[in-house]
Design a protein around this ligand. Structure first.
Ligand SMILES: *Cc1c(COP(=O)(O)O)cnc(C)c1O
Length: 386
């Protein structure tokens, strides 16, 4: 692999590409194509067009007036990724990667999905761009998110349940990588989070950075200054890295990622290699990726993006955990006070912001990245609260 591209795939000691030679060849070609098209004016214009006309960007940065009053501290703003077409931030990345796949001449798109949100986003983009779509999903997740399976099928995708391992997101990633090695000639692997071997973390960040590009402009328009803190939940880390991207070089802005206390990759993980890249990973006593559990299927992954691993170790970003009870309370509180039902994933960020608010003053500002809407979770929360 080209030395310069190799270096670009690292964030401190994390990232890189630890894959068999036949997969490395595919990824090196993908890197080359990504860097070639990323700054191409026609590609950028096409991306801008679909984000505006199809996804519905830019989405608002909503001042949460009642929540601000209820918490009695800093001004709370919500970045409204929940308002995107398909209901979450994942479509930003799906559209970006599918435009790249189209440029590369791929006919077949494969993807992994956990909660089903990335599968839905991918199946949506495939329908619009008339691409064959195969979605790998852990068998356990297909049961937890049966409606999303049906959604993907409605959109014309084939959903393949993965029974290996725990039958969860991690196993779906393995199955998708396996498919890519076998079918790389006509297949594009549309990865859903800021994880995996280079160039995926860099590519996913590039397509999700639109979140902070907009929020930075919006907060300066509304408040004439930058926020004091940006809070986002972290599964693989794509909404968080997108929400942080344009603030990383602004030292006055605290960047805070929030994870479930039962899948705390960043707060308790150790450097290790998982799925072809190095990051902080939760390991069990035998040194294997730990069995994780989260009420939010989208946060249920024992690893985390390499850039977050680096932001954590370098001290630039902070990572915190919240409990299921705190998440369920935040889910209800945001619904009640602002009329916005958040995704359970996003409710993690809300729950931590609630703890952060009393430590800050009224003239300060918190932006919460509302990564998605909670329609998909309403039935699950109903069952849990009953
Ligand atoms: C998938 C998902 C997440 C977690 O994925 P990241 O890559 O960490 O962003 C968070 N929120 C929602 C709504 C999701 O669908």
């Amino acid at each position: 692999m080209d030395q310069q591209l190799q270096q670009e795939g690292y964030f401190g000691e994390f990232g890189g590409s630890f894959v068999p030679p036949e997969l490395q060849e595919v990824l090196s070609y993908l890197s080359e194509q990504f860097y070639k098209f990323r700054d191409d004016p026609e590609f950028k214009e096409e991306l801008r067009y679909y984000l505006s006309e199809y996804v519905g960007r830019e989405n608002p940065l909503t001042y949460a007036e009642r929540l601000t009053k209820a918490w009695g501290g800093p001004k709370i703003y919500l970045k409204r990724e929940d308002l995107n077409h398909t209901g979450a931030h994942k479509i930003n990345n799906a559209i970006g990667q599918i435009l790249l796949a189209k440029r590369m001449g791929a006919k077949r798109i494969i993807a992994e999905t956990g909660a089903g949100q990335h599968g839905v986003a991918t199946a949506t983009a495939c329908a619009m761009f008339n691409m064959e779509c195969i979605i790998y999903m852990g068998a356990e997740d297909t049961r937890r998110q049966a409606l999303n399976v049906f959604r993907m099928e409605l959109l014309g995708a084939t959903v393949v349940p993965v029974h290996k391992g725990q039958g969860r997101l991690k196993d779906a990633v393995d199955a998708a990588l396996d498919d890519l090695v076998r079918n790389y000639e006509n297949t594009f692997y549309l990865l859903g989070s800021a994880v995996g071997p280079h160039p995926f973390p860099t590519m996913v960040k590039h397509f999700q950075a639109i979140i902070s590009e907009e929020s930075k402009r919006q907060i300066v328009e509304k408040e004439g200054r930058l926020p004091d803190a940006v809070v986002a939940c972290t599964g693989g880390g794509s909404n968080a890295i997108g929400a942080f991207a344009h603030y990383i070089d602004e030292p006055s802005v605290r960047l805070i990622g929030v994870e479930p206390d039962q899948a705390p990759s960043l707060t308790q993980g150790v450097p290790s290699i998982i799925h072809g890249f190095k990051c902080l990973v939760l390991l069990d006593e035998e040194g294997q990726p730990k069995k994780t559990y989260s009420i939010a299927a989208g946060l249920d992954y024992p690893g985390i993006g390499p850039e977050h691993s680096h932001l954590k170790v370098s001290g630039r970003a902070e990572y915190e955990t919240v409990t299921n009870e705190e998440v369920l309370e935040a889910f209800q509180e945001l619904s009640r006070t602002e009329g916005i039902i958040p995704a359970l994933e996003s409710a993690h960020a809300v729950a931590y912001a609630k703890q952060l608010a009393p430590t800050m003053s009224e003239d300060q500002i918190i932006i919460i990245n509302l990564s998605g809407r909670g329609d998909k979770d309403v039935e699950q929360v109903y069952q849990m609260l009953k």
